[in-house]
Design a protein around this ligand. Sequence first.
Ligand code: PLP
Length: 407
Amino acid sequence: MVRFNQHYRKLQSSYLFSDIARRIEAFESRNPGRSIIRLGIGDVTRPLPAACVSAFHSAIDEMGSEKHFRGYGPEQGYGFLREAIALNDYQALGAEISADEIFVSDGAKCDTGNFQELLPADVRVAVPDPVYPVYVDTNVMAGRTGRFVDGRYEGLVYLASTRENNYVPDPPDESVDVIYLCFPNNPTGATATRGQLAEWVEYAHRRKALILFDAAYEAFIRDPGIPHTIYEIEGAREVAVEFRSFSKTAGFTGTRCAFTVVPRSLMVTDDSGHSHSLHALWTRRHTTKFNGVAYPVQRAAEAVYTEEGKQQVRALTDDYLLNAELIRTVMTRLGFHSVGGENSPYIWVQVGGDSWDFFDRMLNEAAVVCTPGSGFGPCGSGYVRISAFNRYERVVEAMERIEAMVR
Ligand code: PLP
């Protein structure tokens, strides 16, 4: 028999969402017909914006015509989409990013998971706690960690995001090579100020570290003081890669389109100390292992940047933010400390005790599904994440049920 990558044995077998699914299934079999309200998994519920649907249809018609049919496209994405992204998401904010620094892909999950492939096994990696599990598990698979002990992997540096630091960790005293940051954050919903991001950029310059900045929830930022991209911070072009996605922005979770920004000014070093362009390395990796996002999907994504697309995306995210506001207001009124929900679709609620106990109570007494915070790391224990991805009426009903449960 062939041997397999032994680092996979360190992975924790029960994936958070399969555990949740199992408990829901058990509840359903005990309570047939009971309507469950799902505010757990971070998947969108509203359909694609009309502008995207129309562009999608037209592009499919093109693919069905002799004259306009297209085969393989550029692996990094079509120029029309890369230019629209550079112009609207970066240059319009004064961030100096050009179209050829953008790599279109089929998801920020793949990109945040794959990027570490460019780094050697012995780099020191820092991740937030609580954390989007992809950052951790892909580093485990690559052999950058030791065993899993008390909810954490040996060899990783965990950046505690707690009530004390307002869920935005400071740079550590020790040196790390790679830092994963995510703002607006999943799961806490917290956002970082310009000053906080500037501290991280300064740290990365001083310690010669690389920041992998996940901004998948950027479209939910409403506060004008909060940066939309790390490239609004001076010096970030030399130290940061940014991941974005159309998933939560425009309901593309099932359509699949995202992008990664790798500035040309980002340099890394080889074993002899010679500099190399990270952009060139990611180009090599991306073009070797990926064959581009479907043309109609890229046309649908491009439509996000039309005038009507922008309005529709705004309306879509506004709807979720209305849900988020309601959730946060009710949970706060019920006496729970909560964060997020203002510039993010997630509300992080301190429930005390064991997160799974509160999850079970919400499921069994209110038939409402949330996500236990402990599933995102030890700093999530005593918290649950409530997601705003559902219809407003369902959220109203969920909050009435939770209120009745608590009172
Ligand atoms: N990054 C974060 C922080 C997420 O929460 C998610 C999805 O939930 C993703 C990335 C994945 O996005 P995509 O759908 O583009 O793969």
